[in-house]
Design a protein around this ligand. Structure first.
Ligand code: RTP
Ligand code: MG
Length: 143
């Protein structure tokens, strides 16, 4: 299978828990490569734009407030089947339903503060990567 890219966020709760490295280790151990990465403190406008598809949902205000409550790490992950693989590493949206050993089972406190984001399809991955990274900021493997 060809290499695929996905977009990932380590959300403010997980950054506050000081588990950026632990989460990066999960990605790398699963064969995903970090090809772009940066720390950001999202503005309200950035968070609203990123989650625009949820703008009519009842949890939208709380989601934007949470996502702007502290710094996040945003990254591009590359590997075989990266979109699905990252979703498996993360576990279910609600940590109460997440399988043991997934990021959300281990690091998330609730469905509202659930440690990480991962694109849900290759199309959303492309859109989300472009939302946060220019082409020059992505450094694919050369050796
Ligand atoms: P994400 O986009 O953050 O990776 O999460 P996801 O695909 O697993 O879930 P999604 O349906 O896209 O929802 C985005 C985020 O909104 C919050 N949410 N809260 N209270 C609720 O019922 C509810 N549902 C979703 C979660 O923080 C979720 O990650
Ligand atoms: Mg989603």
């Amino acid at each position: 299978m060809a290499l695929e890219r996905t977009f990932s966020i380590i959300k403010p709760d997980a950054v506050a828990k000081n588990v950026i490295g632990a989460i990066y280790n999960r990605f790398e151990s699963a064969g995903l490569r970090i090809v772009a990465s940066k720390m950001l403190h999202l503005s309200k406008e950035q968070a609203e734009g990123f989650y625009a598809e949820h703008s009519e949902r009842p949890f939208f205000g709380a989601l934007v407030e949470f996502m702007t409550s502290g710094p996040v790490m945003v990254q591009v992950l590359e590997g075989e089947n990266a979109v699905l693989k990252n979703r498996e590493i993360m576990g279910a949206t609600n940590p109460a339903e997440a399988l043991a050993g997934t990021l959300r089972a281990d690091y998330a406190a609730s469905i509202d503060e659930n440690a990480c984001h991962g694109s849900d399809a290759p199309e959303s991955a492309a859109r989300e990567i472009a939302y946060f990274f220019s082409d020059e900021e992505i450094c694919p493997r050369t050796r």
